[in-house]
Design a protein around this ligand. Structure first.
Ligand SMILES: Cc1cc2nc3c(=O)[nH]c(=O)nc-3n(C[C@H](O)[C@H](O)[C@H](O)COP(=O)(O)OP(=O)(O)OC[C@H]3O[C@@H](n4cnc5c(N)ncnc54)[C@H](O)[C@@H]3O)c2cc1C
Ligand code: FES
Length: 357
């Protein structure tokens, strides 16, 4: 037992020494990063592709801040970049690996490298904003109002997200935009407190009105498909409310041209929010229905609405038929279960869009 412990300690020390030595002793000289066979970045090698992109103001989505836990920072590496790392294998399928896909946060630039970045991502920009209002909407969710300072307006698709830079750090976290794109000089977010979470704790405990913040974006392929006339089934939970609200308010401004059902899952009445405005939307448009479902209503809730898991309620109330599409946002188990229910209703997987968080 003791020799194994000693051996482990020796191996650990060697690993730490190698990391420290690489950081301080190894220099890789000047390297070129060729982007989309068009733009060349000249860098002193040794850092990650993600960091070099950020320095050049190319904002690749990086919801986990480069920890290889979100899988959002995929780029295609045509040459250079070395072998795929074990940290990337969870997110890069064999097929993607064959195409050269890598996580930009895991690719260390040690020599010249050629990469392809989706043109959509090249449109993401740095956004300077000022906090104008903060409201509590539940005991652990805050509703944040941000005014755009620079640029003065932003173009995004309803459902997309921005990344919030935690001040005094190089860390970013993703937050879906809760407001409609037509109000292009402001951005609204809803942020749930994750106990011990770096960014959500900062937002809940330190962020104040008049603070100036840096965002990047917009990002994401979870957005309203406007070229479709299918019925829409939205399923949300927690802060999954945010992108769905953006979609709904955008549809409202367009006159709610499609039939929409919105199922929202919560534990008890205290976890519901934005209820009044969603009920008002129901009153305004006969083709919109808001169906909150409580899984554990409390006696004092006097709840006479739907009960059970939101997926059970969708199973009961959502009509069968392929001429619908799904927009799902919330915790991963809820999304996985919702996809199964919607597939069972005859909706093809390609018409089920989701963001899990
Ligand atoms: C596309 C996208 C959109 C998002 N939109 C929103 C949004 O609109 N509102 C919102 O509140 N959040 C949203 N998130 C989640 C958000 O980006 C952060 O992950 C979350 O706020 C936690 O960050 P943190 O820095 O506070 O916690 P961290 O310091 O990153 O994590 C601390 C600990 O909490 C765990 N943890 C991280 N996230 C969660 C979580 N969501 N639930 C439970 N445990 C967690 C981690 O595993 C870690 O152990 C979104 C995420 C993505 C990918
Ligand atoms: S930034 Fe999250 S996996 Fe790379």
């Amino acid at each position: 037992m003791i020799p194994i412990l000693i051996m482990n300690a020796i191996l650990m020390s060697i690993a730490i020494l190698l990391v420290v030595a690489e950081k301080f002793l190894v220099t890789y000289g000047e390297c070129e990063i060729a982007i989309n066979k068009d733009k060349i970045l000249k860098v002193q090698g040794g850092d990650t592709l993600l960091n070099y992109f950020a320095q050049a103001k190319i904002f690749i989505p990086s919801a986990c801040g480069g920890k290889a836990t979100c899988g959002y920072c995929k780029v295609e590496v045509l040459s250079g970049g070395g072998h795929i790392l074990p940290t990337e294998e969870v997110f890069i399928s064999r097929q993607e690996a064959l195409k050269g896909l890598r996580l930009a946060c895991q690719v260390k630039v040690k020599n010249d490298i050629e990469v392809m970045v989706s043109p959509d991502l090249l449109e993401a920009q740095e956004l300077k904003v000022t906090v104008t209002k903060i409201e509590d909407v539940t005991s652990d969710i805050k509703y944040i109002f941000l005014r755009l300072d620079e640029p003065a307006s932003i173009k995004f698709k309803p459902g997309q997200y921005v990344q919030f830079k935690i001040p005094e750090t190089d860390e970013f976290r993703a937050y879906s935009i809760a407001s409609s794109p037509s109000r292009d000089s402001l951005i609204e977010l809803v942020v749930r407190l994750v106990p011990t979470g770096l960014c959500s704790t900062y937002i809940h405990e330190a962020l104040d009105v008049n603070d100036r913040i840096m965002l990047t974006g917009p990002f994401g392929d979870f957005y309203l498909r406007e070229d479709s006339d299918r019925g829409i089934v939205c399923i949300g939970g927690g802060c999954g409310m945010a992108p769905i609200r953006s979609i709904l308010f955008y549809l409202k401004e367009k006159g709610m041209p499609r039939k929409v059902m919105y199922f929202f899952g919560a534990r008890s009445k205290k976890d519901l929010f934005f209820t009044e405005e969603l009920r008002a939307l129901e009153d305004e448009f006969k083709n919109f229905r808001y169906i909150p479902a409580l899984s554990e209503p409390k006696p004092q809730d006097n709840w006479d609405g739907e009960t059970g898991l939101v997926t059970q309620v969708v199973e009961r109330m959502c009509p069968e038929g392929p001429n619908q599409e799904g927009y799902l946002c919330g915790p991963p188990p809820m999304i996985d279960a919702s996809i199964k229910v919607l597939s069972g209703k005859g909706i093809k997987d390609i018409y089920i869009y989701y963001d899990k968080f």
